[in-house]
Design a protein around this ligand. Structure first.
Ligand SMILES: C[S@@+](CC[C@H](N)C(=O)[O-])C[C@H]1O[C@@H](n2cnc3c(N)ncnc32)[C@H](O)[C@@H]1O
Length: 320
């Protein structure tokens, strides 16, 4: 259960609230993610099985260089719990606390944790003001959250405050500045091409999503422009963590060819009716992404500058 003081989810924001959210990235995050919470796992193909456990643990190992085990872990911007719950299932932490600005997401994460039988509690919380005592956690994690937080330096200082001395933090899934640029361009081109071709070519009309779903996707994409605040240069992200007081700080990057393949694929999937793409397509997309990720890690990361990759991950330690 969420703490009594936590606000309730608001999945159906009023027009006035949406209007106000354009000037307020935190309100936009709450409305956008409350609205997304019930369909989020499906939209992003999130599961709590071997596939996502391996993905989460591999990201952790790549960033931190180890996989624990740690005792009590906190997740910031947990969403439905994808990162921490899968890390816990992979043995990285034994007890978890999920937090998110969106009440709907905290509820979804707690529901998922309960189904999985994991020892997890949760709070609605802003990463810039974490509602826990100093020196509480052995580990703080986050996935795809830093780029939504207006004051990343303040959040980093909070992470170091709530960590025990010697505790670790690991953030993964953040967009690099260059990666975000090419991903967006590829996404926009794929969206334009798919929606226009399926509209213009009669034999492909059945591949066009119903207009109201396309409108909804466009509105969501518009709010995305408000909630996606930052992209990161890996060197600068390391400096931010060091300035906040962290030691043994290291950023790594991943996904170059995998991102060049993955973003058009994900956009295409969003632009056509779900039933058109069956299990065969899903396996093709996943296996190809896996092979390209291997190429990126084993070959391209050794010869291509790190800031050209799409994702940046960062780990560090609170001094003893
Ligand atoms: C892109 S989602 C990622 C969710 C999850 N970590 C995952 O990887 O599936 C970003 C999450 O960060 C949350 N968020 C945004 N700003 C936040 C803030 N200032 N403090 C805490 N959470 C925040 C959002 O509500 C959302 O659930």
């Amino acid at each position: 259960m969420t703490a009594k003081a936590d606000p309730a989810p608001n999945p159906h924001a009023s027009a006035e609230q949406v209007e106000a959210a354009w000037q307020d990235p935190k309100l936009a995050n709450v409305l956008y993610h409350d609205w997304e919470a019930s369909t989020y796992d499906e939209k992003w193909s999130i599961s709590y099985d071997e596939r996502c456990i391996t993905y989460a643990v591999d990201r952790f190992r790549l960033a931190a260089g180890d996989v624990g085990p740690y005792e009590h872990a906190l997740e910031l911007g947990s969403g439905t719990g994808f990162f921490l719950l899968n890390l816990m299932q992979g043995g990285v932490a034994s007890k978890g606390s999920v937090t998110d600005l969106s009440p709907g997401m905290v509820q979804a994460a707690l529901r998922n944790a309960e189904h999985l039988g994991l020892d997890v509690d949760g709070r609605v919380a802003d990463a810039e003001r974490i509602p826990y005592e100093d020196n509480t956690f052995d580990l703080v994690v986050g996935h795809a959250v830093l780029h939504h937080i207006p004051d990343v330096s303040a959040a980093m200082r909070e992470v170091l405050r709530v960590l025990k001395p010697g505790g670790r933090f690991v953030f993964a899934g953040e967009p690099t500045t260059i990666g975000d640029f090419y991903a967006r361009k590829l996404g926009q081109a794929t969206w334009w091409l798919t929606t226009n071709v399926t509209k213009a070519v009669p034999v492909l009309n059945s591949w066009r999503r119903p207009q109201e779903e396309l409108d909804e996707s466009s509105r969501a994409a518009a709010l995305e422009a408000v909630v996606d605040i930052h992209t990161f240069d890996p060197d600068e992200l390391e400096r931010t963590a060091v300035r906040a007081g962290a030691v043994r700080v290291r950023a790594v990057t991943e996904e170059l060819s995998a991102a060049l393949f993955g973003w058009p694929v994900r956009t295409f999937e969003a632009a056509v009716p779900r039933e058109k793409l069956g299990f065969g397509w899903a396996m093709f997309a996943y296996r190809t992404w896996q092979r390209l990720s291997w190429l990126d890690e084993q070959v391209l990361s050794k010869v291509v500058p790190r800031n050209l990759f799409y994702n940046v991950l960062i780990a560090g330690t609170k001094p003893v």
